[in-house]
Design a protein around this ligand. Structure first.
Ligand code: ATP
Length: 326
């Protein structure tokens, strides 16, 4: 039987709606290499999935309706509701591979900040892929799903697998990492977002301005820090705090200087360490325990330097079907 036959060629099957929960990520290390000729940068990207989730629900619609997407939650006015939405692109990619007509309604319940450097769009893509795979009964293998994820974006494969992983290449070549304990985080959500490509461009501009150049010949090849990986393995928050790093932080702060105030407020409130999450503007604070995290979140909310602050723990599982219960 061909894969198309297995999946029910030509149209989506009528089945109960499927809901998938997908975590946000924080980069505990983001080492950015030089600008490559193809416009990307080589990365050593240490991903940690955190317990802040979007939920993607896939529901079969009438034949010929095509894919439709709706979204609820804060800042959803910034989320496109057409075929450029990453969740729709994921459904389209799976449907094309299996010869299915993607008559599906995707609803995204958003908790992950939009354009916040926490891979919210990537999470929705991974969630939609898993939800449609279950709805349509495509039975795609893990390897196939990961392949589609990598085509959709550099952070999408990690959203599917969760936990902790080292991402090489553009971030999509994943090696799972061991984590020896629970880490407590606070995330300060900024008013508005930052465009990831704009932050990379600013990183290149700052490197050029320093006189060193921004190309692969001028910037050292990115490497994961052995001390950071050891801290993760040990589950040691104090040690991890000493080794957190993000090469995009100067660029994010250059584009949004108020981030320095946000970082300072959390540090003064007792965080072990503070850093910009990915391309920002969300700021991440590592805390000693749940009580310390709650103090830091309270101080951030009270200070007015951010729109809101969330506490969350890591590591978190990757994309998981939550309804129908397995
Ligand atoms: P990353 O951390 O992977 O660089 P991010 O978290 O900073 O990404 P996203 O929330 O993924 O940013 O949004 C980036 C842009 O992608 C948004 O401004 C929006 O225009 C577009 N986008 C497309 N699909 C989605 C989606 N499902 N959710 C959020 N944004 C989406």
């Amino acid at each position: 039987m061909s894969t198309a036959e297995k999946a029910g060629t030509g149209t989506a099957r009528t089945a109960a709606p499927v809901t998938v929960r997908v975590p946000a990520k924080v980069n505990v290390q983001l080492a950015v290499g030089g600008l490559r000729p193809d416009g990307f940068h080589d990365l050593a990207n240490v991903f940690l999935a955190v317990g802040l989730y979007d939920e993607v629900t896939a529901t079969a619609t009438a034949p010929g309706e095509g894919p439709r997407v709706t979204c609820s939650g804060p800042d959803t006015d910034q989320v496109p509701l057409d075929r450029t939405n990453l969740a729709v692109r994921a459904a389209d990619a799976l449907a094309a591979r299996y010869g299915i007509v993607p008559d599906v309604h995707l609803h995204i319940g958003k908790e992950i900040p939009v354009a916040g450097g926490m891979a919210g769009g990537s999470a929705d893509a991974a969630g939609a892929l898993l939800a449609c795979d279950a709805l349509w009964g495509t039975g795609a293998s893990r390897g196939e799903l990961l392949e589609i994820c990598a085509e959709l974006g550099s952070d999408v494969p990690f959203s599917l697998v969760g936990g902790a992983a080292l991402g090489r290449g553009r971030g999509e070549l994943l090696t799972p990492l061991e984590v020896g304990g629970v880490f407590h985080w606070v995330f300060a959500v900024a008013e508005g977002g930052l465009s990831t490509p704009a932050v990379y461009r600013e990183c290149d501009r700052l490197r050029e301005a320093r006189g060193g150049g921004a190309g692969a010949d001028a910037v050292p090849a990115p490497e994961a820090s052995p001390a950071l990986l050891a801290a993760l393995r040990a589950g040691d928050a104090a040690l991890l705090a000493e080794h957190l790093s993000n090469d995009l932080q100067p660029a994010a702060v250059s584009l949004l200087p108020s981030l320095d105030d946000t970082l300072a407020v959390g540090t003064q409130a007792g965080a072990l360490a503070a850093l910009v999450s990915g391309s920002g503007p969300t700021c991440a604070f590592l805390a000693e325990d749940a009580a310390a995290a709650s103090d830091v979140a309270f101080a951030l909310r009270a200070s007015g330097v951010c729109r809101t602050a969330h506490t969350a723990t890591s590591p978190a599982p990757g994309a998981t079907v939550v309804r129908p219960a397995g």
